[in-house]
Design a protein around this ligand. Structure first.
Ligand code: KIV
Length: 256
Protein backbone atom coordinates (compact mmCIF):
# COMPACT_ATOMS: atom_id res chain seq x y z
CA UNK A 1 0.00 0.00 0.00
CA UNK A 2 1.29 3.48 -0.79
CA UNK A 3 1.47 6.18 1.88
CA UNK A 4 -1.47 7.94 0.23
CA UNK A 5 -3.54 4.73 0.25
CA UNK A 6 -2.75 4.17 3.93
CA UNK A 7 -3.75 7.74 4.79
CA UNK A 8 -6.94 7.44 2.73
CA UNK A 9 -7.80 4.18 4.53
CA UNK A 10 -7.42 6.02 7.84
CA UNK A 11 -9.64 8.89 6.63
CA UNK A 12 -12.36 6.39 5.72
CA UNK A 13 -12.42 5.06 9.31
CA UNK A 14 -14.67 7.99 10.32
CA UNK A 15 -17.62 6.61 12.23
CA UNK A 16 -16.34 3.01 11.95
CA UNK A 17 -14.12 0.94 14.25
CA UNK A 18 -12.31 3.42 16.53
CA UNK A 19 -8.73 4.21 15.51
CA UNK A 20 -5.89 3.09 17.82
CA UNK A 21 -2.78 5.26 17.67
CA UNK A 22 0.43 5.20 19.72
CA UNK A 23 3.68 7.09 19.61
CA UNK A 24 6.89 5.21 18.77
CA UNK A 25 10.43 6.51 18.53
CA UNK A 26 12.62 3.47 17.81
CA UNK A 27 12.77 0.25 15.79
CA UNK A 28 11.92 -2.40 18.44
CA UNK A 29 9.00 -0.46 19.91
CA UNK A 30 7.61 0.28 16.45
CA UNK A 31 7.92 -3.37 15.50
CA UNK A 32 6.24 -4.62 18.68
CA UNK A 33 3.38 -2.11 18.47
CA UNK A 34 2.87 -2.90 14.79
CA UNK A 35 2.83 -6.64 15.52
CA UNK A 36 0.16 -5.92 18.16
CA UNK A 37 -1.96 -4.33 15.43
CA UNK A 38 -2.03 -0.60 16.21
CA UNK A 39 -3.41 1.54 13.36
CA UNK A 40 -1.11 4.57 13.59
CA UNK A 41 2.49 4.97 14.79
CA UNK A 42 3.23 8.62 15.52
CA UNK A 43 6.86 9.63 15.77
CA UNK A 44 5.77 12.55 17.91
CA UNK A 45 7.96 15.41 19.00
CA UNK A 46 7.06 14.22 22.51
CA UNK A 47 10.30 12.31 21.89
CA UNK A 48 12.01 15.48 23.13
CA UNK A 49 10.65 14.82 26.61
CA UNK A 50 10.23 11.05 26.95
CA UNK A 51 13.34 9.98 25.00
CA UNK A 52 15.77 12.90 24.81
CA UNK A 53 15.23 14.39 28.29
CA UNK A 54 14.27 17.94 27.31
CA UNK A 55 11.66 19.83 29.38
CA UNK A 56 9.25 20.26 26.44
CA UNK A 57 8.89 19.74 22.69
CA UNK A 58 10.32 23.13 21.69
CA UNK A 59 13.86 21.69 21.79
CA UNK A 60 13.20 19.08 19.11
CA UNK A 61 14.98 19.66 15.80
CA UNK A 62 14.40 18.27 12.35
CA UNK A 63 17.59 16.19 12.69
CA UNK A 64 16.18 14.54 15.84
CA UNK A 65 12.94 13.77 13.99
CA UNK A 66 14.70 12.39 10.90
CA UNK A 67 16.81 10.06 13.05
CA UNK A 68 13.78 8.63 14.88
CA UNK A 69 11.43 8.49 11.88
CA UNK A 70 14.07 6.47 10.02
CA UNK A 71 14.40 4.05 12.97
CA UNK A 72 10.62 3.51 13.11
CA UNK A 73 10.40 3.12 9.32
CA UNK A 74 13.06 0.37 9.41
CA UNK A 75 10.46 -1.77 11.20
CA UNK A 76 8.46 -1.59 7.92
CA UNK A 77 5.20 -1.08 9.81
CA UNK A 78 1.85 -1.95 8.32
CA UNK A 79 0.52 0.95 10.44
CA UNK A 80 0.49 4.48 9.09
CA UNK A 81 3.77 6.13 10.17
CA UNK A 82 3.26 9.81 10.97
CA UNK A 83 6.16 12.18 11.70
CA UNK A 84 5.77 15.47 13.56
CA UNK A 85 7.02 18.65 11.96
CA UNK A 86 9.13 20.27 14.71
CA UNK A 87 8.57 23.82 15.88
CA UNK A 88 9.65 26.53 13.41
CA UNK A 89 10.17 24.08 10.55
CA UNK A 90 6.81 25.04 9.00
CA UNK A 91 6.65 28.78 9.47
CA UNK A 92 5.89 29.24 5.74
CA UNK A 93 4.25 26.96 3.15
CA UNK A 94 7.60 26.46 1.37
CA UNK A 95 9.34 25.52 4.63
CA UNK A 96 6.50 23.11 5.49
CA UNK A 97 6.83 21.35 2.13
CA UNK A 98 10.62 21.06 2.45
CA UNK A 99 10.37 19.67 6.01
CA UNK A 100 7.58 17.27 5.06
CA UNK A 101 9.59 16.02 2.06
CA UNK A 102 12.58 15.27 4.29
CA UNK A 103 10.42 13.37 6.80
CA UNK A 104 8.75 11.44 3.96
CA UNK A 105 12.19 10.59 2.52
CA UNK A 106 13.17 9.27 5.99
CA UNK A 107 10.14 6.95 5.91
CA UNK A 108 7.09 8.86 7.19
CA UNK A 109 3.84 8.03 5.39
CA UNK A 110 2.29 11.28 6.63
CA UNK A 111 3.25 14.31 8.67
CA UNK A 112 1.52 16.08 11.54
CA UNK A 113 1.66 19.76 12.36
CA UNK A 114 0.05 21.86 15.06
CA UNK A 115 -2.53 24.59 14.50
CA UNK A 116 -5.71 25.60 12.73
CA UNK A 117 -6.55 28.48 10.40
CA UNK A 118 -3.11 30.08 10.90
CA UNK A 119 -1.34 27.07 9.29
CA UNK A 120 -3.93 26.22 6.64
CA UNK A 121 -1.69 27.47 3.79
CA UNK A 122 1.10 25.18 5.04
CA UNK A 123 -1.28 22.20 5.23
CA UNK A 124 -2.63 22.84 1.73
CA UNK A 125 0.92 23.16 0.33
CA UNK A 126 2.09 19.86 1.90
CA UNK A 127 -1.00 17.99 0.67
CA UNK A 128 -0.54 19.52 -2.81
CA UNK A 129 3.04 18.17 -2.73
CA UNK A 130 1.54 14.67 -2.36
CA UNK A 131 2.30 14.13 1.33
CA UNK A 132 -0.66 13.24 3.58
CA UNK A 133 -1.19 15.48 6.63
CA UNK A 134 -2.65 14.84 10.08
CA UNK A 135 -3.85 17.96 11.93
CA UNK A 136 -3.46 18.77 15.63
CA UNK A 137 -5.86 21.10 17.47
CA UNK A 138 -6.68 21.95 21.08
CA UNK A 139 -3.68 22.13 23.37
CA UNK A 140 -0.62 22.66 21.18
CA UNK A 141 2.54 21.56 23.04
CA UNK A 142 4.83 23.61 20.76
CA UNK A 143 3.15 26.75 22.18
CA UNK A 144 3.62 25.79 25.84
CA UNK A 145 6.17 28.56 26.49
CA UNK A 146 3.99 31.24 24.83
CA UNK A 147 0.95 30.09 26.79
CA UNK A 148 2.79 29.62 30.10
CA UNK A 149 1.75 25.99 30.65
CA UNK A 150 -0.45 23.13 29.51
CA UNK A 151 -4.13 24.07 29.71
CA UNK A 152 -7.40 22.39 28.74
CA UNK A 153 -8.94 23.87 25.60
CA UNK A 154 -12.52 24.35 24.47
CA UNK A 155 -13.75 25.56 27.83
CA UNK A 156 -15.27 28.82 26.55
CA UNK A 157 -17.62 29.29 23.57
CA UNK A 158 -14.87 31.32 21.82
CA UNK A 159 -12.32 28.50 22.26
CA UNK A 160 -14.83 25.87 21.10
CA UNK A 161 -15.69 27.93 18.02
CA UNK A 162 -12.00 28.41 17.18
CA UNK A 163 -11.37 24.66 17.44
CA UNK A 164 -14.43 23.92 15.30
CA UNK A 165 -13.43 26.51 12.67
CA UNK A 166 -9.92 25.02 12.56
CA UNK A 167 -11.28 21.48 12.29
CA UNK A 168 -13.58 22.48 9.42
CA UNK A 169 -10.74 24.22 7.55
CA UNK A 170 -8.37 21.28 8.05
CA UNK A 171 -11.07 18.87 6.83
CA UNK A 172 -11.67 20.99 3.70
CA UNK A 173 -7.90 21.03 3.10
CA UNK A 174 -7.95 17.21 3.05
CA UNK A 175 -6.22 16.07 6.25
CA UNK A 176 -6.42 12.31 6.91
CA UNK A 177 -7.29 12.83 10.62
CA UNK A 178 -7.10 15.45 13.37
CA UNK A 179 -5.61 14.98 16.84
CA UNK A 180 -7.66 16.76 19.52
CA UNK A 181 -5.39 17.23 22.52
CA UNK A 182 -6.67 18.20 26.00
CA UNK A 183 -10.01 19.43 24.70
CA UNK A 184 -12.94 19.36 27.12
CA UNK A 185 -15.13 16.32 26.33
CA UNK A 186 -18.24 18.30 25.23
CA UNK A 187 -16.21 20.26 22.68
CA UNK A 188 -14.32 17.16 21.48
CA UNK A 189 -17.64 15.36 21.01
CA UNK A 190 -19.30 18.22 19.12
CA UNK A 191 -16.27 18.86 16.88
CA UNK A 192 -16.05 15.13 16.09
CA UNK A 193 -19.74 15.08 15.15
CA UNK A 194 -19.44 18.18 12.96
CA UNK A 195 -16.62 17.19 10.61
CA UNK A 196 -15.99 14.45 8.04
CA UNK A 197 -12.36 13.83 9.07
CA UNK A 198 -11.74 11.33 11.88
CA UNK A 199 -10.70 12.85 15.20
CA UNK A 200 -8.14 11.17 17.45
CA UNK A 201 -8.29 12.24 21.07
CA UNK A 202 -5.71 12.50 23.83
CA UNK A 203 -6.74 13.88 27.21
CA UNK A 204 -10.11 14.78 25.65
CA UNK A 205 -12.37 12.28 27.46
CA UNK A 206 -13.40 8.73 26.58
CA UNK A 207 -15.47 8.00 23.49
CA UNK A 208 -15.58 11.63 22.37
CA UNK A 209 -13.49 11.10 19.22
CA UNK A 210 -13.14 8.58 16.36
CA UNK A 211 -10.04 7.13 18.00
CA UNK A 212 -7.45 7.60 20.69
CA UNK A 213 -3.75 8.28 20.78
CA UNK A 214 -1.43 7.69 23.74
CA UNK A 215 2.23 8.40 24.31
CA UNK A 216 3.72 4.90 24.45
CA UNK A 217 5.73 5.57 27.61
CA UNK A 218 2.47 6.51 29.40
CA UNK A 219 0.90 3.25 28.21
CA UNK A 220 3.76 0.97 29.25
CA UNK A 221 4.85 2.92 32.34
CA UNK A 222 8.45 3.46 31.27
CA UNK A 223 8.67 7.20 32.10
CA UNK A 224 7.57 7.34 35.76
CA UNK A 225 8.81 10.85 36.51
CA UNK A 226 5.90 12.53 34.78
CA UNK A 227 2.61 10.79 34.08
CA UNK A 228 -0.25 12.95 32.77
CA UNK A 229 -3.49 12.69 34.78
CA UNK A 230 -5.40 11.16 31.84
CA UNK A 231 -2.83 8.37 31.25
CA UNK A 232 -4.09 4.79 31.61
CA UNK A 233 -0.98 2.61 32.03
CA UNK A 234 -1.30 -1.05 31.03
CA UNK A 235 2.16 -2.07 32.25
CA UNK A 236 4.91 -1.00 34.67
CA UNK A 237 8.05 -1.27 32.58
CA UNK A 238 9.98 1.13 34.85
CA UNK A 239 9.67 -1.32 37.76
CA UNK A 240 10.62 -4.25 35.51
CA UNK A 241 13.76 -2.42 34.35
CA UNK A 242 14.79 -1.52 37.92
CA UNK A 243 14.19 -5.13 39.03
CA UNK A 244 16.17 -6.61 36.13
CA UNK A 245 19.04 -4.17 36.78
CA UNK A 246 19.10 -5.06 40.51
CA UNK A 247 19.12 -8.78 39.69
CA UNK A 248 21.95 -8.23 37.19
CA UNK A 249 23.96 -6.23 39.74
CA UNK A 250 23.48 -8.99 42.39
CA UNK A 251 24.66 -11.60 39.86
CA UNK A 252 27.67 -9.62 38.64
CA UNK A 253 28.64 -7.96 41.93
CA UNK A 254 27.39 -10.33 44.68
CA UNK A 255 27.36 -8.69 48.10
CA UNK A 256 26.96 -5.13 46.79
O1 KIV B 1 4.18 14.49 20.07
C1 KIV B 1 3.26 13.74 20.40
O2 KIV B 1 3.44 12.66 21.00
C2 KIV B 1 1.90 14.15 20.08
C3 KIV B 1 0.79 13.40 20.74
C4 KIV B 1 0.64 13.85 22.13
C5 KIV B 1 -0.47 13.52 19.98
O3 KIV B 1 1.71 15.08 19.36
Amino acid sequence: MTATDKAEALRRRKGGTPISALTAYDYPTARLLDEAGVDVLLVGDSLGMVVLGFPDTTHVTLDHMLHHVAAVARAKPRALVVGDLPIHTYDTPAAAVETARRLAAAGADAVKLEGGLEVIAQIRAVIAAGIPVMGHLGMLPQRVLDEGGYRKKGRTPEQSEAILAGARALTDAGVCAIVLESVVPETARSVSAAIAAPTIGIGSGGETCDGEIAVVTDLIGSFPWFVPPFAQPEADVASEIRLAARRYISRVSPGV
